[in-house]
Each structure stands twice: as structure tokens, then as C-alpha cells.
Design a protein around this ligand. Sequence first.
Ligand code: NAP
Length: 267
Amino acid sequence: MPIRVCLAGATGWAGSELARAIARQTDLALVAAISRTHAGRHLADVLGDPRVDCPIYASAPEALAEIPCEVFVEYTKPESAKHNIRAALERGAHVVVGTSGLTDDDFADLDVIARRQSRAVLACGNFALTVVLLQKFAETAAKLIPQWEIIDYAHDDKVDAPSGTARELAARLAKVRTPAPTVPLDETIGPREARGATLAGSQVHSIRLPGFVISAEVIFGMPDQTLSIRHDSGSSARPYVDGALIAIRRVSTLVGVHRGLDAVLQL
Ligand SMILES: NC(=O)c1ccc[n+]([C@@H]2O[C@H](COP(=O)([O-])OP(=O)(O)OC[C@H]3O[C@@H](n4cnc5c(N)ncnc54)[C@H](OP(=O)(O)O)[C@@H]3O)[C@@H](O)[C@H]2O)c1
């Protein structure tokens, strides 16, 4: 039997790409979608793709009351995400979260509900497999190399900085060690901003220019040698599909809240 999936945000930039991909899998079935604007319509009509035919509901409780699912995918906005995840857990679904912006406190609250229900929440700030590998390779490098800095590149109209990917990378590296700049930042001669923002102990530099799409780079430095690890994505939402499909297939092997796709990968 295919895994029954309900997708919140199925009409959005990331969600619509994932909806089309789920429809192509024989072991997954997209049974319901959530979008306020298109509630009452069929996803096939909204996306112009007959293969993604499922009803659209205005909210998670409405969808889940009518159509049971094994996995609920949250791909909306931070304002609605926590409410949706809680509704899905209370209906007995496992949850895959792509939406960014939930806080550590939000995840702590959701962990209590998930464990009470014996269900899992798998939240991934970035489903791109190249980013998952960048994180893993960087964690390995940080065990041996004590100094690094992160550069986050994006298009000129991206309003938030640093990116969620850069923040997550800094947080992960902080669990390995705190980098120690040779010249302490408060001893910098010149504007302190020239050394970037300090996030979880890492210096992070955000470039926002036309011509860039989305990239993240971490540079490790040792005497007379450097190591750069960099991910670049194009302008479509395609990079986020493969990781999300893995998360949907494997989330039921977990219990409670897990952050990062590596929770279901043997890396
Ligand atoms: N983890 C990853 O790899 C990854 C990759 C890409 C994006 N993201 C994150 O995913 C989220 C969505 O990004 P996006 O670019 O796809 O956004 P988007 O294009 O604006 O799409 C948002 C979707 O959510 C729906 N939605 C918004 N508010 C809602 C609400 N209150 N109730 C129900 N549905 C609601 C929208 O439909 P209606 O407006 O009709 O309700 C739409 O379908 C963001 O947090 C983004 O940062 C994560």
C-alpha cells in the first residue's frame, strides 16, 4: 500500500514541485493538499497537471478530518506551521517539516506531543542532498581544523540574512567546537562589521547581489592550506525534492522531533 501523504502548501513554490514529484512515485499517494486561496478546488486544475489530482482544503484540521494520511508534509509559513504540525500529530500522522522559521521552543513543545502520540516530526531546514552533504563534510572537517568562516550568497532581493542554511551550518559546527580566530574580533583594527556576524561562534558573511541564486560555502584554514566546501543551487525548487521524498518514506522509523535529514540517512 502506498504511503498516504497530505501536503500543506502544495500550491507554493516548493510545495508544488514536491506535489508533482510525489505524484510520480508508485509507493506514495498524495491524498490531500492545503492552500487557503484554492480551497475547494482540485490540485490538478490549480497546477495544470492531471497526475496530481487531490482535493484542496483551507486548513490542516479540515483536511485531516476528511482524509486520513500517514505522513503530513508542512511547507507553508512559520505563522501556520506549528498549528498544522500539532493538528497532524493529534490525528496520528507523522510529520515532515520543510517550513523554516520555527524556534527551538516550538520544536521542544512539538516533541512532547509527538512522543505522547508515538509519532515523529522530521524537520529539515534544507532538503537539498548537496546541502546535507556539505553539513556532514563540514562537521568532519571541523573535528580536525580549528578555524573556519561561512559565506552565504544569494540574489539581491533576498531580505533575510544570514540564510537559514548558514545559520543551521553554524549551529551544527558549534556542536563540534568553537572556532578561535587568531586575532580576537574586538581587537580588529577598523570596522568590526568587516569581520561579519557571529552566529553560534562562527563568522558568517552574507553576500546579496544580482547574478547569484543561492550558495553556501564554508572555508577552513590551517597554516599554508585551506579547504573550501561549497553548495550551489539553481533557481528552481527541484533541489529540495529528493531529500523531501526520503524524509516522507523514512519518518515513520523515528519517534519525537528530529532535525536534519541525517536522522534518516546512514552518513
Ligand atoms: N526545507 C527546504 O529545503 C525548503 C526549501 C524551500 C523553501 N522552504 C521553506 O518552505 C516554506 C514555503 O516556501 P515557499 O517558497 O514554497 O512559499 P510560497 O511559494 O509562498 O508557498 C506557501 C504555500 O503555503 C500556503 N500557505 C501559506 N500560509 C498558509 C496558511 N496560513 N494556511 C494554509 N496554507 C498556507 C500557500 O497557499 P495559500 O496562500 O493559498 O494559503 C502556498 O501553497 C518557507 O518557510 C521556506 O523558507 C524550505
